[in-house]
Design a protein around this ligand. Structure first.
Ligand code: GLU
Length: 464
C-alpha cells in the first residue's frame, strides 16, 4: 500500500503548538513509510478563516521542516468538485432535498428536548419506497441531506483508541449542502480524503464524533475506508485545553523567543508518542522510529520547562557555525553589530553552554560589543583595591607575552596568584570590572581569548 497522509487544519483563529503536533505525526508516518504527505487547508468557514492563520501554519511547518508532497490544497478552490459529488449522490438516490424550514426544524428540536429525546432530524423528507412526501413548499430552497443507513452500526478499528462502534440510530441524515448549494464540512472532508487517496487519517480526537458520519458517506460513495488514528488532546500545564486565552503560544512565538526548530520538533514528537525512554533524538531517528503503535492513549500535557531543557540540549550540541548564524538575528535585534568587534562565532561558543535560548546567547553576547568602559577615577578607586594594582600590572605583562589561548591565559593568572599570594576572585573581579564594568562574565580566561589580547591589554592598562 502506498501510504498517503494529510494535515487538514481549519485556518480559523489561533494556531498553537498543540495544533502543529497534528501535522507532525501524519508527516512522520508518511516519511517513515516513503509515502506522501499532503497539506489541505479547510477554509470553507469563510467568516472565520484568515490568511494570517494560513501563513502561520505554512511558516510553522516549513520552520520545523515538515515538507509537503502535495498542497497546500484549499477547499474553497474545490467547491465545484463537491457540487459534482452532491449531484452524484442525488442521482443515485443516496441523498435528497429537504424543505423543512429553519422554523420547523427548531420546533421539532424543542419538542424532542421537551420529550427528553436526543434532538435529531425526523426524516420527514427522506424518500422511501411507498412513502408519500409532503408537497414542496413554494419559494423554499432545500438543503441536501445524506441518507444515513438505518439500523446497524458503524464500527472502526481506531489505531489509537481501539475498536469504536456507533449505532446508526445515533446519526440522523446529515445536511451535506446548504440552501445556497455550498457543501458542509463533514462532506468536504470525505470527498477530499477519497479524491486525495488518503490511506491514514491521523487527527485530533475532537473528530471522533464526525468519523461515523464520514464513514457512512464514504461507503455510500464506494470509497475504501482509510485507517483512522485519533490523537488525544494536548493540555496545557494546568491540565486545561490549550488556547490563546490561557497563554498558549504559536510556533512563531517560540521562534521569536529563541527556540530551535529541532528542539520544538523533538518536544512535539514526545507529546503523545514515545520510543522506549528516548527523550532527545534527531529528526531522522524520529522518522525511523515513528509508528502508530506507540501513540499515547491519554491526553498529553504541555511542559514548558521540559521544552526549555530540550532547547538547552540542542543549543549545547548544535553545530557552532549554524548556531551563530541562528543567533545573529537576535543579536541584531539587541543592537549588536556582529561584523564589528570579537568574532561572533567565538562569542556564541563561549556562551552556549549556559544558555537556554538564542535570546539568552544574544543577551550574553552584548557585553563583548559594547564600547570599552569609560571608568572615572572614583569608580576605579572603588572597584580596584590599590593592593591588587601590582598584580594586575604583572598580569598585563604576562598576557602580552602569552599565546592567545585559554590555556595560556589560565597559566598567566595562576602565576600572578602564586606570586602575589592572592585568591582568584580577588584578581578576577577587578579584571572583569576593568574589561567590562561588570563582575558578571563567563570564565575570565575564555573571555580574554574572545575579547582579543590587544583590546584586553588596552582596557586593563587604563585602570592601573
Ligand atoms: N479541519 C479540522 C480541524 O482543523 C481537521 C479535520 C480532519 O483532520 O479531518 O480540526
Amino acid at each position: 500500500m502506498h501510504i498517503r497522509t494529510r494535515f487538514a487544519p481549519s485556518p480559523t483563529g489561533f494556531i498553537h503548538l498543540g495544533n502543529l503536533r497534528s501535522a507532525l505525526y501524519p508527516w512522520a508516518f508518511a516519511r517513515h513509510n516513503q509515502g506522501d504527505f499532503i497539506l489541505r487547508i479547510e477554509d470553507t468557514d469563510i467568516d472565520r478563516s484568515t490568511q494570517e492563520a494560513v501563513d502561520v501554519i505554512i511558516e510553522g511547518m516549513a520552520w520545523l521542516g515538515l515538507d509537503l508532497d502535495e498542497g497546500p490544497i484549499y477547499q474553497m478552490q474545490r467547491i465545484e468538485r463537491y457540487r459534482e459529488v452532491i449531484k452524484q449522490l442525488l442521482d443515485a438516490g443516496l441523498a435528497y432535498p429537504c424543505y423543512m424550514s429553519e422554523d420547523d426544524l427548531n420546533k421539532l428540536r424543542d419538542q424532542q428536548v421537551a420529550d427528553k429525546e436526543k434532538p435529531r432530524y425526523n426524516g420527514l423528507w427522506r424518500p422511501e419506497l411507498g412513502k408519500i412526501l409532503p408537497a414542496i413548499p413554494e419559494g423554499v430552497l432545500p438543503v441536501i441531506r445524506f441518507k444515513n443507513p438505518i439500523g446497524g452500526s458503524v464500527i472502526w478499528e481506531d489505531a489509537v483508541k481501539g475498536q469504536i462502534e456507533i449505532s446508526n440510530d445515533e446519526l440522523d441524515d446529515l445536511v451535506i449542502a446548504r440552501p445556497d448549494g455550498t457543501p458542509t464540512y463533514n462532506f468536504c472532508v470525505v470527498v477530499d480524503d477519497l479524491d486525495m487517496k488518503i490511506t491514514h487519517v491521523i487527527r485530533g480526537d475532537d473528530h471522533v464524533n464526525n468519523t461515523p458520519r464520514q464513514i457512512n458517506i464514504m461507503t455510500a460513495l464506494g470509497g475504501t475506508l482509510p485507517i483512522y488514528a485519533h490523537l488525544p488532546t494536548v493540555l496545557n500545564e494546568l491540565g486545561e485545553k490549550m488556547s490563546k486565552r490561557n497563554g498558549a503560544m504559536s510556533v512563531r512565538d517560540y521562534q521569536k523567543a529563541g527556540y530551535l526548530p529541532e528542539a520544538i520538533l523533538n518536544y512535539l514528537a514526545r507529546l503523545g508518542w514515545s520510543h522506549g525512554d528516548a527523550e532527545v533524538f534527531t529528526k531522522e531517528q524520529f522518522v525511523n522510529w515513528f509508528d502508530l503503535d506507540n501513540l499515547g492513549r491519554s491526553p498529553a500535557q504541555h511542559n514548558p520547562e521540559k521544552l526549555l531543557w530540550l532547547n538547552h540540549q540542542y543549543i549545547q550540541n548544535a553545530d557552532i557555525a549554524a548556531l551563530a548564524q541562528a543567533t545573529k538575528p537576535f543579536a541584531h535585534d539587541l543592537g549588536i553589530d556582529t561584523e564589528q568587534g570579537p568574532n561572533f562565532t567565538q562569542v556564541v561558543a563561549l556562551l552556549k553552554d549556559r544558555a537556554n535560548t538564542l535570546i539568552e546567547i544574544a543577551q550574553g553576547a552584548k557585553l563583548f560589543y559594547l564600547p570599552a568602559p569609560n571608568h572615572n577615577p572614583k569608580e576605579i578607586a572603588q572597584n580596584i583595591p590599590p593592593a591588587i594594582v601590582p598584580a594586575i600590572k604583572d598580569l598585563i605583562m604576562l598576557i602580552k607575552n602569552a599565546e592567545p589561548s585559554k590555556e595560556a591565559y589560565g597559566v598567566a593568572f595562576k602565576q600572578v596568584l602564586a606570586q602575589h599570594q592572592i585568591k582568584m576572585p580577588a584578581l578576577a573581579m577587578p579584571v572583569r570590572y576593568a574589561l567590562f564594568a561588570t563582575t558578571q562574565t563567563p570564565a575570565i580566561d575564555a573571555v580574554l581569548v574572545v575579547l582579543g589580547k590587544d583590546e584586553a591589554v588596552e582596557r586593563l592598562s587604563k585602570v592601573v
